[in-house]
Design a protein around this ligand. Structure first.
Ligand SMILES: Nc1ncnc2c1ncn2[C@@H]1O[C@H](COP(=O)(O)OP(=O)(O)OP(=O)(O)O)[C@@H](O)[C@H]1O
Ligand SMILES: [Mg+2]
Length: 258
C-alpha cells in the first residue's frame, strides 16, 4: 500500500459497542472530506457490507480469497457510497476454520496483503474486527498504524481498558511504524449521570488518548442499517451524522492522518 496511507484498526474488548457502525459512518465522513477510504471487514459476521449496500447474495470477500489463493486480489467491492470495501465474505463453517488455521500460522498475513492493495495517496484504511481477543484482533493490530478502541460509557467498558492495553502492548508498541492508540466513546447519553461519571473517569484514565468528541446515542443508526445505508445518507442532519463528521475532522487533524 502507498506509504502515505494510514491504517486504523477499530477494535474493542467487548461486543456490540458499535465498531461496525463506527467503521461505516466514519468511512463516509472521511469520503465526504475528500479522503479515499478502504473499509476492511475482518469479522466473520460479515456485517460491514450491510451498511454499504453490498448485495446480500454476493459471497466474495477476503476470507474466501484468502482460503483459495492466500491473497486479497479480487475480493474488493465498490460501494455505491464511494467507499472501497473488502468484505469478509460468506463461507461454510469448515472453510472458516481452515482460513483461521491459516491465519494462526501466519499472523502477518493481513499486513503483508494490504501492502499489495493499490491505493491512492492519502488513503485511510479502516479495519473492522470481532470483539475481544482473537486471531483477527492479532492480525488487525499487527497491521495497524493507529488503533481506535470503541467503548460504551458504562462500567463494563471501563474495566475492559486494561485488557485492551495488554493487547496493544503485545502487538503494537514494539513496532516502530505503530503511531498511536486512541479510544472513542459511542452511544453517549449526557442526560444520564452514570454516563457522565464514566466518561469523566475515562478522561482521567486515558487523557489525550480519549478522542475529545463522543458519538451520542442516536436511534437513526439502527434505522439506517435497516435501509442498508450509512447514516449520513439515510439521515444527513442526524446527530449520528454530525458526530461522525466531528470525529473525522478531529482525526484528520492528527499527525498520523495529515
Ligand atoms: N451511536 C449509536 N446510537 C444508537 N445505536 C447505535 C449507535 N452505534 C451503534 N448502535 C447500534 O448498536 C448495535 C451494535 O452496533 P454494531 O453492530 O456496530 O456493534 P459492534 O461493536 O460492531 O458489534 P460486534 O461486537 O457484534 O461486532 C447496533 O444495533 C447499532 O445499530
Ligand atoms: Mg461488528
Amino acid at each position: 500500500m502507498n506509504p502515505r496511507s494510514t491504517l486504523v484498526a477499530v477494535v474493542s474488548p467487548k461486543g456490540g459497542v458499535g465498531k461496525t457502525s463506527v467503521v461505516a459512518n466514519l468511512a463516509m465522513a472521511l469520503v465526504d472530506r475528500q479522503r479515499p477510504v478502504l473499509a476492511v471487514d475482518l469479522d466473520p459476521q460479515n456485517a460491514l457490507r450491510l451498511h454499504l449496500r453490498m448485495p446480500v447474495d454476493d459471497a466474495r470477500g477476503l476470507a474466501v480469497q484468502g482460503l483459495q489463493q492466500w491473497t486479497l486480489a479480487g475480493a474488493e467491492f465498490a460501494s455505491p457510497y464511494g467507499v472501497r470495501l473488502l468484505p469478509y465474505g460468506s463461507l461454510a463453517e469448515s472453510d472458516r476454520r481452515d482460513f483461521e488455521r491459516g491465519l494462526d500460522r501466519d499472523p502477518d498475513w493481513l499486513r503483508r496483503n494490504l501492502q499489495q492493495v493499490p491505493a491512492e495517496p492519502g488513503t485511510i484504511t479502516l479495519i473492522d474486527t470481532p470483539p475481544g481477543g482473537s486471531l483477527y484482533l492479532q492480525q488487525a493490530l499487527l497491521a495497524a498504524d493507529v488503533a481506535l478502541t470503541v467503548l460504551l460509557p458504562d462500567a463494563a467498558s471501563f474495566v475492559t481498558i486494561a485488557s485492551m492495553e495488554r493487547w496493544l502492548a503485545e502487538y503494537c508498541r514494539s513496532r516502530s511504524e505503530f503511531a498511536s492508540s486512541y479510544y472513542l466513546v459511542n452511544r453517549m447519553n449526557a442526560a444520564r449521570p452514570l454516563c457522565r461519571d464514566v466518561l469523566a473517569a475515562m478522561q482521567g484514565e486515558l487523557g489525550y488518548r480519549l478522542v475529545p468528541s463522543v458519538l451520542r446515542f442516536d436511534a437513526l443508526v439502527e434505522e439506517a442499517l435497516a435501509s442498508q445505508a450509512p447514516v449520513s445518507r439515510y439521515a444527513p442532519d442526524s446527530i449520528a451524522a454530525q458526530d461522525a463528521g466531528q470525529i473525522a475532522d478531529w482525526l484528520l487533524n492528527q499527525p498520523e492522518f495529515r
